[in-house]
Every structure is written in structure tokens, then in C-alpha cells.
Design a protein around this ligand. Structure first.
Ligand code: GRF
Length: 203
């Protein structure tokens, strides 16, 4: 199976997925890593691993539709079975999302449906929550609203700041994202409309 990963930044989740592919935990290959920023550190991780990289800046496009069409073209050149968003900090158009329906995954740093959108760690701290976490979900046209596949919880301590909390959540992302990608590549995971199914059971 072939996976294309989209990133905007550090790419630590990308690294976890690359490592899981090389160890055989995920029965697939990352065939390309695409960033919307040429200086995304994840592109270095990808080329270090011998993976094709592409930087497609949104700045050269006057609207979202045109950018997403160019992105689809770039991705589809690699004929992926699965497209993985790993810190790709752009809202995707309905057209893009529909094109990859059922084979588009994202990781979000909150216990969805709580804290969709940005600044999730700060919002959890401000709300006085005692737990926080991350979610891997299928992407649908609703931003951060697609069916959740797997979540991991972490404790939120009263002396936590965004840095300490983000680090704790990141560790869990690196655990659950490769696991979900593994399930997908083993053909055990499906999206049907607004539901995620694993081994024939609704999640
Ligand atoms: C992660 O916290 C993820 O939940 C969010 O963006 C961050 C990406 O981190 N969507 P990295 O680039 O994988 O290190």
C-alpha cells in the first residue's frame, strides 16, 4: 500500500509513521511527503528516509479551490491508497475532501468533539479541565468533525503550561496515529458516511 503524508511543520507524527513502516508495523510505504511550506522540517525527515518530497506553497494561488486542485494533482501522481494529514495547517475544500473520502485521516490535539479548531491546549487549560488528549479521525467536509477512530487521554495537571501539555499529548499522538494507519493498511478500517468501522464494528 502507498501512503502520502501532508505536513506544514516539524513532522514528528510523520516520523512515527515512517518508523512504523520501516519496522513493518504498518504494512505500507510512505511514497511522498508534501508540505505547503518549503521550510517544514518534516521535509528533511522525509528526504533522510529516502522519501520523495514536494513543497507546494499556497502563496502562488489566488484561491483555495485552485490550490487544492494543484494539491490533488500532486498527490495523485503517487497513486496513494491513503492520505494522512500530519500537522497540515490548512483548511481543505469540500472538493478535496470528497476526492479522498474514506481514505483521508487526520490527528487532532484534543478529545473531539471538544476543542475543534486551534489553540486546543490553551483552551483545555483555561477551562480547568483535568484531562485532555488527542483524536485520530476520518476527514469529512465538517472541520474536525469527521468520525473519530481512536483517542488517547492524558492527565492535565494544575501546573501544566501549553508546552508541558503539548508534549504529553504528542507522545500519545505518536502512539495512536501509527496504530490507526496500520489498521487502515490491513484493510480493517473503513468509513461509511459519518461512521468509522473497525473489523466490521462501528466505533
Ligand atoms: C500535532 O499536535 C497535531 O495534532 C496537530 O499538529 C501537530 C503536528 O505536529 N494537527 P508534528 O508536525 O507531527 O510534530
Amino acid at each position: 500500500k502507498s501512503i502520502v503524508v501532508l505536513i506544514s511543520g516539524s513532522g514528528s507524527n510523520l516520523q512515527a509513521i515512517i518508523d512504523a513502516c520501516s519496522s513493518g508495523f504498518i504494512p505500507a510505504k510512505v511514497t511522498a511527503v508534501i508540505a505547503n511550506k518549503a521550510d517544514a522540517y518534516g521535509l528533511v525527515r522525509a528526504s533522510d528516509a529516502g522519501i520523495a518530497t514536494e513543497a507546494l506553497s499556497h502563496k502562488a494561488f489566488s484561491n483555495r479551490e485552485d490550490y487544492d486542485q494543484a494539491l490533488i494533482k500532486t498527490i495523485d501522481a503517487y497513486q496513494p491508497d491513503l492520505v494522512v494529514l500530519a500537522g497540515f495547517m490548512r483548511i481543505l475544500t469540500p472538493c478535496f475532501v470528497r476526492h479522498y473520502q474514506g481514505r483521508l485521516l487526520n490527528v487532532h490535539p484534543s478529545l473531539l468533539p471538544k476543542y475543534q479548531g486551534l489553540d486546543t491546549h490553551q483552551r483545555a487549560i483555561d477551562a480547568g479541565d483535568t484531562e485532555h488528549g488527542c483524536s485520530v479521525h476520518f476527514v469529512t467536509e465538517q472541520l474536525d468533525g469527521g468520525p473519530v477512530i481512536l483517542q488517547a487521554k492524558v492527565p492535565l495537571f494544575s501546573d501544566d503550561d501549553v508546552t508541558s501539555l503539548a508534549e504529553r499529548v504528542h507522545e500519545q499522538e505518536h502512539r495512536i496515529y501509527p496504530l490507526v494507519v496500520r489498521w487502515f493498511c490491513q484493510s480493517r478500517l473503513q468509513q461509511q458516511a459519518d461512521q468509522a468501522w473497525l473489523d466490521g464494528n462501528v466505533l
